[in-house]
Design a protein around this ligand. Structure first.
Ligand code: PMV
Length: 318
């Protein structure tokens, strides 16, 4: 009997966006909701090309100048881990190929770089093997790798990056993709300080273990802010959304995850006319987001640069 065979694919690509958390970071780890949106202009890209028979699967992190061979890579190597998980998911052996990943996203800066690289890689590899992964499946695979990077992540990064839609997220529940009444503009400004999500989340966890009552009220309020933000987004009340972002920033600063550099950027954005501004992601460095009317974009961008932002990116959430 002739065996069925798939058509030969010699190369394939996959990509995934970055993300920012609009509100609810940290409290999301303890069961409160958070909202994250994709940053479609900043992406991770993966390309896979067939290689000589017997050469195995080589994984190249182009930005880091690093190459590993799947056969010999350690179990906790993030690229090898997502490649192995993808192969197991589709029940295929490693192809003879070179898979290269590149990312426009800064690493360890709260923009979802790890999840985006995982999703882009999984998609390219699956496509190369003649399969397409659903957003749900690729998100679940990337979550397993997020645990390698981050210890006890909530799962928000892999979810928003895999779905590439605004997501209202509660740990352990199906993510809710929700509608936006009025598209809005965000400026994302890099403080130039890098931080480890794993370390920041672990530090909060150990402080909370010692004194749970200190964290109960701020986390609860962050959850309320997120629920109100969802309503503001759904009804297009952008100035009201800005006020909520500012309050979320104050609570995060109170938890100790802001820095003088973040405070400077947030204050500069507000002084230049942003509706609201806050850190995004784990904090202790990384990026801030500013919610800005279209007319104020140039002025706020300029103010962020003057206040020390290493990069300023613009994204429209539509
Ligand atoms: O720093 P990021 O973008 O990976 O976000 C971390 C968000 C936290 O709520 C602090 C942790 C988590 O797992 O949700």
């Amino acid at each position: 009997m002739p065996s069925s065979h798939r058509s030969e694919v010699l190369s394939a690509t996959g990509s995934a966006p970055g993300k920012v958390i609009l509100c609810g970071e940290h409290s999301v780890v303890y069961g409160q909701p958070a909202i994250a949106v994709p940053v479609s202009d900043l992406r991770a890209q993966a390309q896979i090309t067939a290689a000589a028979p017997g050469s195995g699967l080589r994984l190249v992190a182009a930005d880091l100048g690093e190459t590993v061979t799947l056969r010999t890579a350690p179990a906790d190597h993030p690229l090898a881990a997502i490649a192995r998980l993808t192969l197991a998911e589709i029940g295929a052996a490693a192809p003879d190929a070179v898979l290269t990943v590149r990312s426009a996203l800064p690493i360890a800066a709260g923009l979802g770089s790890g999840a985006a690289v995982s999703v882009a890689l999984a998609r390219a590899l699956a496509t190369f093997l003649g399969r397409e992964l659903t957003a749900e499946t690729v998100s679940a695979l990337a979550y397993k790798v997020e645990k390698i990077y981050h210890g006890t992540p909530s799962g928000i990064d892999n979810t928003v990056v895999a779905w590439e839609r605004p997501v209202y997220f509660v740990k352990g529940s199906l993510p809710e993709v929700f509608s936006i009444a009025t598209p809005f503009h965000l400026l994302i400004a890099d403080s130039g300080q890098y931080s480890s999500t794993r370390a920041v989340v672990a530090a909060i966890r150990s402080r909370r273990d010692v004194d749970p009552s200190r964290f109960a009220a701020p986390f609860k309020r962050m959850g309320e802010i997120t629920r109100q933000a969802r309503i503001a987004i759904a009804s297009g009340e952008l100035p009201a959304l800005g006020v909520l972002l500012d309050e979320n920033q104050a609570l995060l600063a109170d938890l100790g995850v802001s820095t003088p550099e973040i405070d400077r950027l947030v204050n500069a954005a507000r002084a230049a006319g942003a509706w609201g501004a806050k850190l995004t992601g784990a904090g202790a460095g990384g990026n801030i987001i500013a919610l800005v009317a279209a007319a104020s974009l140039p002025g706020v961008r300029e103010a962020l640069r003057a206040a020390g932002a290493v990069h300023v990116w613009h994204t429209e959430v539509a």
